[in-house]
Design a binder for this molecule. Sequence first.
Ligand code: WT7
Length: 661
Amino acid sequence: MTTSEQSIDSLLRENRRFAPSPEFAASAVATPDLYEAAKTDRLGFWAEQSRNLLHWHQPFEQVLDWSNPPFAKWFADGKLNVAYNCLDRHVEAGNGERVAFHWEGEPGDTRTITYAELTADVKRAANLLLGLGIRAGDRVAIYMPMIPETVVAMLAVARIGAVHSVVFGGFSAESLRARIDDAAAKLVITADGGYRRGSVAPLKPAVDAALKDGKSTVQHVLVVRRGENDVEWTEGRDLWWHEELGKVDAEHEAEAFEAEHPLYILYTSGTTGKPKGILHTSGGYLTQVAYTHRNVFDLKPEADVYWCSADVGWVTGHSYVVYGPLANGATSVIYEGTPDHPEPGRWWDLIEKYRVSIFYTAPTAIRSFMKAGREIPLARDLSSLRLLGSVGEPINPEAWVWYREIIGGGQTPVVDTWWQTETGAIMISALPGVTETKPGAAQVPLPGISIGIVTDSGEPVPAGSGGLLVVTEPWPSMLRGIWGDPERFKETYWSKFADRGYYFAGDGAHLDEDGDIWLLGRVDDVMNVSGHRLSTTEIESSLVSHPIVAEAAVVGASDETTGQCVVAFVILRAKKAKSVTPEEASEKLRAHVAEQIGPIAKPKKVFVVPELPKTRSGKIMRRLLRDVAEGREVGDTTTLADTSVMQVIAEGYRKRGGEED
Ligand code: WT7
C-alpha cells in the first residue's frame, strides 16, 4: 500500500454523512440551481454574480479575456473602486449604523466600529497616504498586529489605487526586508507593538532593522500607537499615524479604477527559497470573495455575526476578514490575541459574548482545542453558532466530527473549504443547505469553478483513485502573476499541463466513488504547519547560512496538532562540530531559523547527522528522511549512493527522537 492509500483508508473509516436540516435548507442563501446555472453558461454566471454583488462605476461588457493565457483579464472594460464597494455604498444604502467590526484586544479592551465610522476612518487615511505622495500603483507594506487600523490601512491603500503588501507580524526583520525590497515599497505602515500572550510584542524594531542601511525605496514609516512600548524614532522618516490623521481632510471621494487594477501582493512560500509575490487585482477578486463569502457561509448580512480567526497577514485574512465580509456588508468579530490567553476558553467566551453565528478557523486550532478538553467549550453558551468552516489543511474526520458535535452542538453544518493564496478565494467546498456533508472531504467544486483530479499526464482519474489537483478553467479571483517574475508564474503553475492549459495547484487529491474530493497534502517541497505554508528549501537555506552547518535537509513530518511540523537534519562543519554538542547545535539552529524567517518556521527538531541520504546524482532523498521522522520503516533505499546511511540516521534518530521540543 502506498502512503496515500493508507491515509485515505484511515480517513474513510468515519462514514457518517450529514444531510442539511429542512429548516436550514429552507432559508439557505445557496440553492441547488446555482450548479445548473454555472454549468449552462459559466461566464454568464460569473457576470451575473458580479453585477449582483458589486457596484460598478462603469459596468463591464466583457467577462473574460483569455486570449493570452495564462494572463487572464476579468471584466476588463469595467471600472470600480474596491474600498467604495466595502464601505461607502453600505452607508449610502442606509446601513451606516450597522457594525462592521466588534474588535477585542487581547487585554480585553474593545471597540465597536460601524460602517459609517469605518468609511470615515478610511477616507481620512486615504488623504493621509495621498499627502505622503502615495499614488495609484505605488506599493505600501503593512506590518501590523490585529487591530482595526490594519483594516483601515488596507482599505485606504485600495481606495487610492495603491497596492498593499501585508507582511505577517510574526515574520522576522529579514523576511520583511526581502518583501519590502521585492515590491519596492514606498511606505511602511506598522505599529509600535501588539499584544501576544499577555505582553506587548514590539513590531517597530523589525521595521527599523529592515530599513537600517537606508538603501530601500521606503520614504516614510507610519506608526500606529497600540502597545505604548518605547520606540526608536528616525526623524523625517517616521510619523505617528494618529498625529498625521489629525491634520488631513475628512472628505475623500473614491475614484473608479479598471477591473484589472492591482489590489495587493501577498508573499507565499514556494518550492525554491525565495517567496513569491502573488498578485491579485480588483474586479474579479472582489466578485469571487463576495460570492463565496455569501454562499459558502450562508451569510445573512443583516442578522449574522461572523468571525474568521485568521490573521490578516495571510490570505484568509485578506479574503475572509477584510474584503469578502466588508463587500457583503457583514458584521464581524476581530480578535487581537492568542486563542488561549488569558485562559484556554478565550475564543469560546468571544463567541458567547458577541453571539457569533458563523465561525471560520483552521484544523490546527480545532485539534488543540480537542486536546485541551471538551469541558472548556461546553462550559460556554455557543448556541448562537449556526455554521462552521474549516480552512488551511486537511481536516481529519475526528476533528471534523468534534467540531460539529462540541462546538456546533451537533446541529451546525461544517464546511471544509479548499483554496490557496493563489486562488484568492474558496474553490472547493460543500454548499450549506444544499450539499450533504462528509467529514474529512472538501467535497465539490463551487458552482462556476472547474476542478480536475488528473494523472501525471493530465488524464482524469477514475472514481476511487488519487491524482493531482488542477483547475481546468480560469476563475475570477485567480492570481494574475508573480510580482516582477512572469516566467516563474508560467513555470510554477502552468508548465506541468501546458498542453491542456490547466493550473497546477501542487496538491494531491483523491476522488471517491461519489465524486467527492479528499485533499491529501502537497506533492512538492512545501510544508503545511498549522495551516501556514512553509518551504523546505527556504528553511534549508537558512540553516546552511549558519557558520556551523555544512549541509541541511528539511522535511515536513506529520504532527498530531499542527498537521505537519518542521524536522531538520544537518551535517555540521568538521571543525565547528567539535566545539558544540549536538544538543547545543540543535538549539542554536532552531533559534537561528526563528530569527531569520520567523518563529513559525522554527524546526520542531534538528538532528545532527554524519551523512544525508543522496542518490548517485547527489539529490537528497527527503522521502526517506520523512520515513525516519514519522517513525516508519525506511522505504526503498536502492537508489541511494550509500545504502548504509539510512541505518545510521534511523538509529541516531531513535536514540534521540522526541527529546527536544
Ligand atoms: C495550501 C494553500 C487557503 C487559505 C489558507 C492556506 C492547503 C488549504 C485546505 C483544505 C486541505 C488545504 C493546500 C493548499 N489547504 N485549504 N481545506 N484541505 N488542504 O493558504 O498558505 O496559500 O496554502 O493549503 O495544501 O495548497 P496557503
